[in-house]
Design a binder for this molecule. Structure first.
Ligand SMILES: NC(=O)C1=CN([C@@H]2O[C@H](COP(=O)(O)OP(=O)(O)OC[C@H]3O[C@@H](n4cnc5c(N)ncnc54)[C@H](OP(=O)(O)O)[C@@H]3O)[C@@H](O)[C@H]2O)C=CC1
Ligand SMILES: O=C1CO[C@H](CO)[C@@H](O)[C@@H]1O
Length: 390
């Protein structure tokens, strides 16, 4: 038997709302015939697209959706009416960050299940309030933590579980790429301008530390303290309308995370760097018995036996090709989109099958790390995220 969950997809016209959540997740689920449940039933999903711009919505609902699933889907510019609609089971928000608390509150008022993009809010106090609100109302809730299902990260987790590393000693994360400022009309900025304005909820720390929190927590347990140096490397950029604006949000952040386990993790996150590594995000984990480097999709390993023996001598050309000493792991047989995988888990959870630990409360822990990072950068000192949660 089929059961259908109707999802109000707010922010459908945005990059994430349109590409990852509509096209690669919800429409892909419809296209595959739904989500099989353990009960033998199949869970279907029906999106209602919501945003402010009717023309963009019309194009997604009446042109993009039919190309993928052979029929149109519903759309609306009236968020309040859609949230209040009795047919809607889940309210999902992927609009810009500052709008999120308002959407979550409205959804709770109407007793809907809530799922949203990260960060759940810019301010920690607000993120905690939202978690409490959902818990008190007893509504099912969740936050996107997509990196947990990236194929490269899944390989890293598997290596840890198999004991490949021996004793884990340290982790190094390198994230980012060059984001064009927009001054050259031939090379427009490839990210929305609000990301570079603190007053609009932008900034590297609030954007990426949420990801680093759940990733590190999953791989190594809780983060005890963070030390961050943040910068605005590119002070002026050009916005979507072609106007120059001052960048008020950090676009580079250099952080050391000290784990409760004693492991040290060091993460560079930058929109002002050029890539000379295997992927836009690489995470290297070093242990006594071996090391691994995970990119978004691939993972490379080097065990103790294949570790080269370098000798420092700048007077001769480097005799070792270090890249050759790494072995690329075979790709897993089925590679699913990480957002889609998490969507399926949330849909099943709402249908009564399976826990969903990636809650708004879990999202608030990400905001706590971001706030700790910002405070550390401002006051130039180590900050413990748990200090801010008490
Ligand atoms: N998990 C991940 O990997 C990622 C998550 N994100 C998160 O996703 C969210 C969206 O980011 P992204 O897609 O890059 O941003 P975009 O700027 O591309 O999209 C923002 C969306 O928000 C809507 N919006 C903006 N302001 C308002 C407002 N005042 N009221 C209602 N709607 C509004 C826009 O709608 P309209 O068309 O009406 O203007 C648009 O649909 C952010 O919270 C970000 O942190 C972002 C990137 C990656
Ligand atoms: O996870 C992410 C990956 O990178 C994006 C931009 O390229 C970020 O905005 C985002 O939050």
């Amino acid at each position: 038997m089929d059961r259908t969950l109707t999802v109000a997809l707010h922010g459908a016209t945005g990059r994430m709302g349109g590409n990852q959540h509509l096209i690669r997740s919800l429409l892909a689920i419809i296209q595959q015939g739904g989500v099989p449940l353990a009960s033998g039933d199949t869970l279907q999903v029906e999106p209602i697209l919501v945003a402010r711009e009717e023309e963009k919505l019309r194009q997604l609902a009446l042109e993009v959706a039919p190309q993928q699933i052979g029929r149109a889907v519903e759309f609306s510019t009236d968020l309040e009416a859609v949230i209040a609609d009795n047919r809607v089971d889940i309210v999902f928000d992927a609009a810009s960050t500052q709008v999120r608390p308002r959407v979550i509150r409205a959804a709770v008022e109407h007793g809907k299940a809530i799922y949203c993009e990260k960060p759940v809010a810019v301010e920690l106090a607000e993120a905690i309030q939202l978690a409490e609100l959902c818990e008190t109302a007893g509504v099912k809730n969740g936050v996107v933590q997509d990196k947990l299902w990236l194929p490269g990260i899944c390989q890293l987790r598997k290596l840890r579980d198999e004991g490949f590393f021996g004793e884990i000693l340290g982790v190094r994360g390198d994230f980012g790429y060059w984001v064009f400022s927009g001054h050259d009309p031939q090379r427009p900025a490839q990210r929305p301008s609000w990301n570079y304005r603190a007053e609009d909820g932008g900034g590297m720390i609030i954007d990426m530390f949420c990801h680093w929190q759940y990733l590190l927590n999953d791989l190594l347990g809780p983060i005890a303290a963070v030390l961050t140096h943040a910068k605005v490397d590119v002070p002026q950029r050009i916005d979507e309308a072609g106007n120059a604006y001052q960048c008020t949000a950090d676009d580079a952040a250099y952080a050391i995370f000290e784990m409760e386990s004693g492991v040290t993790c060091q993460f560079n996150s930058s929109w002002s760097t050029r890539v000379r590594r295997d992927d836009l995000l690489t995470i290297q984990m070093d242990g006594t018995q071996g090391s691994a480097v995970a990119g978004l999709r691939d993972c490379w390993v080097q065990d103790l036996a294949s570790t080269p023996t370098p000798v420092w001598n700048p007077d001769v050309p480097q005799p070792i090709n270090f890249c050759e000493a790494w072995r690329k792991l075979p790709a897993p047989p089925v590679e699913e989109n990480a957002f889609k995988t998490q969507w399926e888990l949330f849909l099943k959870h709402v249908a009564g099958e399976g826990d969903f630990p990636w809650s708004i409360r879990a999202g608030a822990a990400g905001v706590a790390l971001a706030q700790a990072g910002l405070l550390s950068a401002q006051e130039r000192r180590w900050v413990s995220p748990s200090e801010l949660l008490t």
